[in-house]
Ligand binder design. Structure first.
Ligand SMILES: Cc1cc2nc3c(=O)[nH]c(=O)nc-3n(C[C@H](O)[C@H](O)[C@H](O)COP(=O)(O)OP(=O)(O)OC[C@H]3O[C@@H](n4cnc5c(N)ncnc54)[C@H](O)[C@@H]3O)c2cc1C
Length: 360
């Protein structure tokens, strides 16, 4: 199956966020034919994300799941793709973390004694012209910073040039499938792979997976003079974006009634910045997106246990930058070579639940 003119392809991919982009890259590199269907939206999770891979997260500063293998893999995946696309996609960066109170200061100091990603304290004087703070900052390094927007735009252009992408909305009702193929309008494919982010929870085939969407709001602000050498953290993150513009956020809400930005978030960020910053800032933009998160905080990867022509790459939650490259590779290898998927990520763990789905 390689003739795209007849719209017969090996794989039909729904979505061109981080997941669909990496998966299409790996399948195309392996010589497969691929068609991507993606309706671009400004507030997809990938478009709103700050693009940080932070090896140590949370109040307790614990290492993130599987970071020892995810981080070097991500470095290679984004660097090599950047070279191909002639774009700068990734750089190493340090997180300057300001403890908000004595107990967090103590926790940082204790964790720094046992984890090489952490350093406490670091010289504070050079930061005094920029920030008000009571306790000296610590450092998390190296973290990685990804230019997701640059990647998505450059890859989309490549796909468009070769007519491997359609900008349209995928409609479930136009899909039929058997165990060996799927048909969607004029397209016949061996498999369809859903990389549709938060919309995945509405698919009849996968809606019983324990999705738990999570809303995040973000502000972009101009902060002239603030060095773009670091990410700054004091409850919220200030992340270098472009020139003197910084990404500032974000919220993390399990309960929400709409996907739009709110006045209360903007006010809260404005107040925080006024207290924390000693330099001027000017708010430029404010947006919100929904993270495709889930209750287990582990991705949803693999073939539908009862319908082998349907597959999924989703559930990246707050960590798509590190999880999407690794698990896109794992899924591609699984499809092509039959290699196993990490048991904590493989949707085979939901075989029973997914059996309850009435697709007929
Ligand atoms: C505020 C915020 C900050 C974040 N910061 C970070 C961070 O610093 N580091 C990190 O690792 N992660 C971060 N994340 C999480 C990260 O954004 C996600 O894990 C990741 O982007 C998910 O990628 P995805 O490809 O699964 O989904 P998406 O980015 O949502 O992509 C899905 C794509 O599918 C398309 N689509 C969906 N349904 C259809 C349909 N029916 N027809 C056609 N097209 C369709 C959508 O338009 C979209 O283009 C953040 C998220 C948010 C909201």
């Amino acid at each position: 199956m390689a003739d795209i003119c007849g719209m017969q392809v090996d794989y039909l991919i729904i979505g061109q966020g981080l997941c669909g982009s990496f998966l299409s890259r790996y399948l195309l590199e392996a010589g497969c034919s691929v068609l991507v269907i993606d309706q671009p939206v400004e507030n997809s999770a990938s478009r709103i994300a700050s693009g940080i891979i932070n090896p140590v997260t949370g109040r307790r500063l614990v290492r993130t799941w599987e970071i020892e293998q995810l981080m070097p893999f991500a470095w290679e995946a984004y660097s090599s793709w950047g070279e191909q696309l002639q774009q700068s996609l990734i750089r190493k960066i340090s997180v300057l973390d300001f403890p908000p109170n004595p107990s967090m200061q103590q926790a940082f100091e204790e964790r720094a004694a046992e984890d090489t990603y952490l350093q406490y304290p670091v010289a504070a004087d050079e930061w005094k012209p920029f920030f008000n703070f009571l306790f000296p900052p610590g450092l998390i390094q190296p973290a990685l910073s990804i230019s997701i927007g640059t990647l998505l735009t450059a890859w989309r252009k490549e796909l468009e040039n070769r007519q491997w992408i359609r900008s349209e909305v995928f409609e479930w009702n136009d899909l039929t499938y058997s165990d060996s193929e799927v048909r969607y309008r004029d397209i016949i494919a061996k498999k369809i792979i859903f990389c549709d982010g938060v919309n995945g929870q509405q698919l009849p085939c996968f809606q019983l997976l324990p999705f738990a969407p999570n809303k995040g709001e973000v502000i972009w602000a101009r902060i002239p003079g603030l060095p773009d050498s670091h990410i700054y953290k004091l409850g919220i993150h200030i992340v270098p974006w472009e020139g003197d513009v910084f990404w500032i956020g974000s919220s993390y809400e399990w309960n929400f009634t709409h996907d739009q930005p709110t006045e209360s978030f903007r006010n809260q960020i404005e107040q925080t910045l006024k207290k924390w910053l000693r330099v001027n800032f000017q708010i430029l933009d404010h947006r919100a997106a929904i993270r495709p998160a889930n209750l287990e905080r582990r991705p949803f990867i693999g073939l539908h246990p009862h319908h082998p022509s349907l597959a999924i790459l989703n559930g990246m939650g707050t960590k798509g930058c590190s999880l999407a490259p690794w698990f896109a590779r794992e899924l591609a290898n699984h499809l092509l070579l039959g290699t196993p998927i990490h048991p904590q990520a493989d949707i085979a763990r939901f075989t029973k639940i997914l059996g309850k789905n009435s697709l007929e």
